[in-house]
Write a protein that binds this ligand. Sequence first.
Ligand code: NAD
Length: 454
Amino acid sequence: MAAIEVINPATEQVLRSVEHTDAARVDDAVRRAQAAQRRWARLAPADRAGALRAFAAAVDAHIDELAALEVANSGHPIASAQWEAGNVRDVLQYYAASPERLSGKQIPVAGGIDVTFNEPMGVVGVITPWNFPMVIASWGIAPALAAGNAVLVKPAEWTPLTTMRLGELAVESGLDEDLLQVLPGQGPVVGERLVSHPGVRKIVFTGSTAVGKKVMTGAAAHVKRVTLELGGKSANIVFADCDLERAAATAPAGVFDNAGQDCCARSRILVQRNVYDRFMELLEPAVKGVVVGDPSSRDTEMGPLVSAAHRAKVASYVPDDAPVAFRGTAPAGPGYWFAPTVLTPQRTDRSVTEEIFGPVVTVLAFDDEHDAIALANDTAYGLSGSIWTDDLSRALRVSRAVEAGNLSVNSHSSVRYHTPFGGFKQSGLGRELGPDAPLHFTETKNVFIAIKEA
Ligand code: NAD
């Protein structure tokens, strides 16, 4: 079995070596998960709810450990990593309420009664990216388990450690060891086998749009269900009538959080032309003030990029002749650092049209509401976005017109575990989180029961 060395991106030191799962081991995991799923689905709903609450409690008792592991493996600032571990606990707790609430329907019919059951699908495969490893894994794991399924998780090659630890905590909390299995390994081996295996009934894939299309193609061979959470190139639209100081002060966090390695990053700032110069004056100190450095320090706001290869990709968007307006700072020495960077390119430049997934933001001017909407929608993506205006009617008009799944007005919030999350267009298919997520891991079965005439 091959292994991969997992590296601390802030120090470039090897953390440990992780064995990669091969296709035969995936097949074995599917067999064991199928048996575990049948045992799990037979449990009383209250017992499944209790088991998920126990899993949440185990995560809660290990918040510091999980956070430290994410700091080391992914370079996330400690404050962010602690929020992420807490989010995993909250997601598990929230969906622990579902087993007792998946009640189906009773529909009026002639000649009998008609009821629907929300049947579990069986074994679900969850394939995750490296940017928010444990959080994104939990968004698939928790509602899938709550709906009575078994789950096989394939973490990203570079960042498997917190997901592997979550798998251990599930077992320590009392879950059957075959019910939730973490299978570290390569996308083209483990990921592809999960997609092609007929015993895996649904794939939740979070990652790039290119690989998401492959997953969808592979899933079609079995008419396998898919949820796809893919790339983004979200707009942060700043109208002249907004609180410009706040819009400028918060714009860096809207794009540079997690060093821009965020599918919801507001990586295109669109500013109304008559306030463009003032906005840039306000943005400059905000960008230069972003604290970039040691992720284990509580003051740090932005850590390194995840790997040397990824830093090289991000750097390709900032060649020597790039239209750099200004940059923040980054440490010298070991670590995959990249300073926050603000570009003012033409509308057609690749830095405007492609997802960079790093701390690089483009700022473009627009003329009026119509131009802003056209510019915001001029992309194959449609994941998130922000709208800054103090005009309520405009806020609503633009919110309805922007083709994206998650918008925020006068803020940059996108993801709450109790509201639905997902993308329009090539940003994805289906929705995660929110009250309906467990239903997306069930099949609706309709049963008609005839009543004999007396
Ligand atoms: P990626 O597509 O390269 O990899 C994602 C996962 O897919 C990894 O686990 C990888 O090993 C696996 N994989 C690779 N090839 C595969 C194959 N042929 N079959 C099955 N699985 C395969 O993405 P990444 O570089 O890890 O993550 C960055 C991307 O993820 C960005 O585009 C980002 O926007 C996106 N993302 C989206 C969301 C969202 O919710 N919409 C959230 C986070 C990240």
